[in-house]
Design a protein around this ligand. Structure first.
Ligand code: BGC
Length: 438
């Protein structure tokens, strides 16, 4: 066996989450939910959303603002009941321009800059003589004191915008709208994207009790039958990306050390699209530096200075061409012109392992939530899931389903995973409709 094959074997062992480990993680996660609900120490924030699920009868036209981890979207939506939605206008822009003309994520921009940017997108969608009720999906951990009041606890997903943490988010939005002379857009609700996804999936299917994002970031919300605040059904945003009961590898530790917030968002750093490419890069770079690839001097300068996106990971995972042609080209682009098939297979294996681990950890948290809601698992569950990993990363949904089946056996048939595309934006409109009683 070659050194590279040996190394891949040991890496596979490090990254494997066995069925027993999934069961153990699910139990820990379940425990953390219970602790959080009781107000005891928990790595899950367990945040009340001040909303329950929709009836499906909500209707009307609303503005939805979706402030995600990658894009800002403004949608003028018409809810037509029972899961039917029409989009009348849409404006979407990345938070970071791929051409490099602006970057609202990492360049230490101010809160005012980003909200002015958002207000300009809203201005593109609205008419002057109509009053709009707006729902805001804000995809960062926020402490809510009411349905329209949320203070950002802290940025995640490597955001670095000054002057927003601890501030009232819709207050900042209103100020930006006023700076533009817009006073006929009235924010009515603010929700997390997992809450939005749950609402969107539940709009057409009353069995949905869980909403999750497997995208740039990761998090899940569920419907708690007896919420601590009211004793009534209420959606709870777990902020599960902060779950911190997992043992990481040396690569996870290195990634964490170099991140904006070391020691935080432990699960998200092993699972989220914001980090998988970086993890992959670190592993590969490590193996190259160990001299396991046929690189001159065992060093790949380009890989040590560029980021690897989840889009690139998707290409690598999806490469089933003879001789792994796409991986060959990708490596050549990184300056590794001459690679052997064994090396290309190793690259694919690294991507596979990182992806599988992510999906299996997510599955473990789903089991933790399901067993919290229904310990004997008698009911049917549908989990609404949105996000680029779930939608686009080859094999991701399959890995989650497989993990669920390993642990739940035949009962895994009771659990349906439902891709809820654009769920976070749609959920904002549904939330407004619930609040204004439309
Ligand atoms: C945020 C969550 C969000 C998730 C998915 C995480 O970084 O903390 O609030 O739901 O990303 O976007």
């Amino acid at each position: 066996m070659t050194n590279l094959t040996c190394r891949i074997q040991s890496f596979t062992e490090e990254m494997t989450i066995s069925t027993q480990q999934i069961i153990a993680i699910a139990q820990l996660f379940n425990q953390e939910i219970a602790n959080g609900l009781r107000g005891e120490k928990s790595s899950l924030k367990v945040l009340p959303a001040f909303l329950a699920t929709p009836t499906g009868k909500e209707k009307g036209q609303f503005l939805a603002l979706d402030f995600g981890g990658t894009n800002i979207r403004v949608l003028l939506m018409e809810l037509q009941q029972d899961g039917q939605v029409r989009i009348h206008a849409r404006r979407s822009k990345p938070l970071k321009d791929p051409e490099g003309t602006y970057d609202y994520i990492r360049n230490k921009v101010s809160g005012e800059d980003i909200f002015d940017f958002i207000a300009s997108l809203i201005a593109d969608v609205i008419q002057p003589d109509i009053t709009y009720y707006l729902g805001h999906t804000f995809s960062f951990a926020s402490r809510q004191t009411g349905i329209n009041d949320a203070q950002l606890i802290q940025w995640e997903k490597e955001f670095n915008i000054t002057g927003v943490e601890g501030r009232d988010i819709n207050g900042l939005l209103v100020e930006a709208l006023e700076r533009r002379g817009i006073n006929h857009v009235i924010p009515k609700v603010i929700i997390n994207d997992t809450v939005g996804t749950l609402l969107a999936a539940a709009y057409g299917n009353s069995h949905v009790e869980i909403g999750s994002i497997c995208g740039t970031g990761h998090n899940t919300a569920y419907l708690e039958k007896k919420a601590p605040l009211t004793g009534q059904p209420m959606i709870i945003n777990l902020e599960s990306g902060d779950f911190n009961q997992l043992q990481g590898t040396v690569y996870d530790k290195e990634l964490d050390k170099n991140s904006e917030r070391p020691g935080e968002q432990g699960l998200e750093k092993m699972v989220g699209g914001c980090y998988l490419g970086e993890l992959f890069r670190l592993v590969l770079l490590g193996m190259i530096n160990e001299g396991l690839f046929s690189m001159p001097y065992g060093f790949c300068e380009k890989l040590s200075t560029t980021v690897v996106s989840t889009k690139e990971l998707s290409i690598i995972l999806g490469d089933d061409y003879t001789q792994l042609l796409q991986i060959k080209n990708w490596l050549a682009d990184k300056g590794m012109e001459e690679t052997t098939l064994e090396e290309r297979l190793a690259v694919k294996e690294v991507a596979e392992r990182i992806t599988q681990r992510s999906a299996r950890l997510v599955a473990a948290t789903y089991i933790g939530i399901i067993t919290h809601i229904d310990p004997s698992l008698c009911r049917k569950f549908t989990i609404g899931i949105d996000g680029s990993l779930y939608e686009k990363l080859p094999g991701y949904p399959r890995h989650i389903k497989k993990a669920l089946a390993e642990v739940l056996g035949d009962k895994s048939d009771l659990v349906t995973l439902k891709l809820t595309k654009d769920g976070s934006g749609m959920g904002a409109a549904i939330a407004v409709a619930i609040v204004v009683g439309a």
